[in-house]
Design a binder for this molecule. Structure first.
Ligand SMILES: *Cc1c(COP(=O)(O)O)cnc(C)c1O
Length: 364
């Protein structure tokens, strides 16, 4: 059993993926070819965002977004410590300071009620993460940001493409939305890729320029940029995968709901993810009594499990950004959560095997 079953997805979509790849090989425009714009237009339509800028990874989507906002040394950016390292890494790379705000114990998303107290005159952006495929309380966060001089809000939607929040799509919930097409994400390519979404024309233009070494036209560099384009081939692969994406989202919700039902029946604690499209179940996380023992049990049964994620406050490179007693909920959850195999192609039978193993453990 795979943690994320990409092989079945490939077999299902093989003909379209190969046709798309062949089309790129035939026209030969490997950089910023027609599939790049085609994908951006499709994703604009999907999310409802006015602009989509594809980039080389989810990490670069965040980095380019912060550069477009003009984040500089000395600035502060509020985010959660319970995330993949990239969210905070890009802040530090620009010489700014990540200000970690603790999470809600039920969803493990940033606790909006703690954000206001962390805002200072130096706060230049807020990056909530839509962890495990489920957006944080974005309306509340947007309202706080608006009250404090319209601080830009960047949704790190690397795990949540396809999720809905109050009738709007993830990636289109705040000033900027950033997603990732890393193969393991809900919408993945076969390498690295990502995208930035915004309704703001100026931010979009800045992102487009920064993506190509800060040039506004060929060899005319208006600003400092990066080499951050997404390959035409990777865009072609995402275009092929979009054919089945709606079905995959439905499937993810069916499978996620089934996990929820099972855990609740067996009395196994879990991170709260609702069954109503507000999550695409990017990951499925439970909170076992003893993670180490349970992971060993799973390993003996050749079922992969994960830890998403260790708390950044406990990482050597990031501990200087918070005191040891800060963000206690993140610390506890990071020590407890365990993620289970999850994908649109997880079979009912495999899921039963996983759940029975968990249930046996819960009974002791
Ligand atoms: C995967 C991920 C990223 C980074 O995306 P890449 O495409 O791997 O660079 C950023 N933030 C979160 C929350 C992620 O899960």
């Amino acid at each position: 059993m795979d943690f994320i079953d990409l092989k079945t997805q490939y077999r299902t979509l093989q003909t379209s993926i190969q046709a798309r790849i062949n089309a790129v090989l035939e026209h030969g425009q490997y950089i910023l070819g027609p599939e790049v714009r085609e994908l951006e237009e499709r994703l604009q339509a999907y999310t409802g965002a006015k602009h989509c800028i594809t980039v080389s990874s989810g990490t670069d989507a965040l980095l380019i977004s912060l550069m477009a906002l003009g984040i500089q040394p000395g600035d502060e950016v509020i985010t959660t410590p319970f995330t993949f390292v990239a969210t905070a890494e890009v802040i530090v790379l620009l010489g700014a300071t990540p200000v970690f705000v603790d999470i809600e114990p039920d969803t493990c998303n940033i606790d909006a009620s703690l954000i206001e107290a962390a805002i200072t005159a130096k706060t230049k952006a807020i990056i909530p993460v839509s962890l495990y495929g489920q957006p944080a309380d974005m309306d509340e966060i947007n309202a706080i940001a608006a009250r404090h001089g319209n601080i830009p809000v960047i949704e790190d939607a690397a795990e949540s493409f396809g999720a809905e929040y109050r009738g709007r799509k993830s990636c289109h919930l705040s000033t900027i939305g950033c997603t990732s097409f890393f193969p393991a994400k809900p919408l993945g390519c076969y390498g690295d890729g990502g995208a930035i979404f915004t309704d703001d024309d100026e931010i979009a233009r800045a992102c487009r320029e920064i993506r190509v070494h800060g040039q506004s036209k060929r060899y005319f560099h208006t600003r400092i940029g990066v080499g951050g384009r997404m390959d035409t081939l990777q865009c072609a692969i995402v275009l092929a995968k979009l054919e089945r994406f709606d079905w995959e989202v439905e499937q993810r919700i069916v499978i996620g709901s089934r996990y929820n039902e099972w855990m609740d029946k067996a009395g196994i604690a879990r991170v709260r993810q609702r069954n109503d499209r507000t999550s695409v179940f990017g990951y499925y996380a439970v909170i076992p009594e003893n993670r180490e023992i349970l992971q060993a049990v799973f390993q003996r049964n050749e079922i992969p499990t994960g830890v998403h994620f260790p708390s950044l406050c406990q990482q050597p490179a990031y501990s200087r950004f918070s005191s040891p007693s800060a963000n206690p909920v993140s610390k506890i959850m990071a020590e407890k959560v365990m993620t289970l195999p999850m994908s649109a192609y997880l079979t009912h039978m495999d899921q039963s095997v996983i759940c029975e193993l968990l249930q046996k453990d819960a009974r002791g």
